[in-house]
Design a protein around this ligand. Structure first.
Ligand code: ZN
Length: 312
């Protein structure tokens, strides 16, 4: 089908959110502490509506249920990926996600979560938390019991354009002053390890210490991310990660670029600039899916895109 499926994003107010989704992307926000834009999502907690064409007004989950051919008749129970833009005005809690096996044991049918982050923008001294310093589970348990958080947690500086892959079992947190695009498995199982002893409506938020210790990988190892760039005249396609759950690319268009959509489906987000796809106008903040057998498409203009698809 030669029809682009444009998404109507869903917004989430969060105690740690801000207004950059309005100031940077011109979205209409529900509050001045909006933390997340669910840009391409069929999750029941935020199911995007199709904005155009014959499926206008239908949700992405409805489309997955009733028109699976648009997604190459894939066999997953629900649309397998979830694309978010996150505006962290304050620190998020420190967390970890299970893998598919542990998730399924704790909740039959549930999936684990692998996610990755592309840093759209950040404060000059911004940091992110990935990993920890414990050499094995015993040391991890003991450091948690003794609340030696600062020694345990591993922070690192970040800058615009950085990319991180967060595998299941990786301790991680987004910190204040970070705007990023997240590509993740469509799953929502999160174990909160530490929340800086903050109070939410007078009470600390629930922690999941036992589950966290169960799933945290010891010792921590960074996920490899071999960045592979292909040049096309003045445009370029950068492969940020190729994983069994997703392949993510950053495409920079200068002038014209022709690409073949030969995957089951392809998610695309415009993160900078403007232009067009096959004569349809595009601008920063647009998110869409190119369905199965879309074939060759032409990008034109000056813009940056984040693209994701599944390569198996
Ligand atoms: Zn996470």
């Amino acid at each position: 089908m030669k029809e682009i499926l444009f998404m109507e994003p869903v917004f989430k107010s969060m105690i740690w959110g801000g207004v950059r989704l309005r100031t940077e992307f011109d979205y209409e926000l529900p509050s001045d502490h909006t933390g997340e834009c669910w840009a391409i999502s069929a999750h029941p907690n935020g199911d995007c509506i199709i904005k155009n064409g014959p499926y206008k007004g239908k949700s992405l989950s409805w489309l997955w249920e009733n028109n699976r051919h648009l997604f190459g008749n894939r066999s997953e129970q629900s649309f397998p990926l979830l694309i978010k833009i996150i505006d962290a005005k304050q620190d998020l809690s420190i967390q970890v996600h299970p893998d598919d096996v542990y998730a399924n044991l704790s909740k039959p049918g549930a999936l684990g979560k692998t996610e990755c982050w592309y840093i759209l923008d950040c404060d000059q001294d911004a940091e992110i938390i990935i990993g920890h310093s414990a050499k094995d589970k015993d040391e991890l348990r003991s450091m948690i019991e003794k609340e030696r958080w600062l020694e345990l947690i591993r922070s690192r500086p970040i800058k615009k354009g950085d990319f991180f892959q967060i595998r299941p079992g990786t301790v991680h947190a987004i910190k204040a002053g970070t705007l990023l695009l997240e590509t993740q498995q469509n799953s929502d199982i999160t174990y909160r390890l530490y929340d800086y002893d903050r109070l939410d409506k007078g009470k600390p938020r629930q922690l999941h210490i036992k589950e966290s210790i169960d799933v945290i990988n010891c010792p921590h190892e960074d996920a490899p991310i071999g960045v592979n760039t292909i040049k096309h005249d003045s445009s370029e396609i950068k492969e940020l990660i190729k994983d069994k759950y997703y392949t993510v690319q950053k495409i920079k268009v200068y002038g014209e670029l022709n690409i073949n959509q030969n995957k089951d489906f392809m998610n695309i987000s415009v993160i900078e600039g403007e232009g067009e796809i096959d004569s349809t106008k595009l601008s920063k903040g647009d998110h869409f899916i190119l369905p199965y057998e879309y074939g060759m498409f032409r990008l034109k203009g000056e813009m940056s895109l984040i693209v994701s698809f599944i390569d198996n």
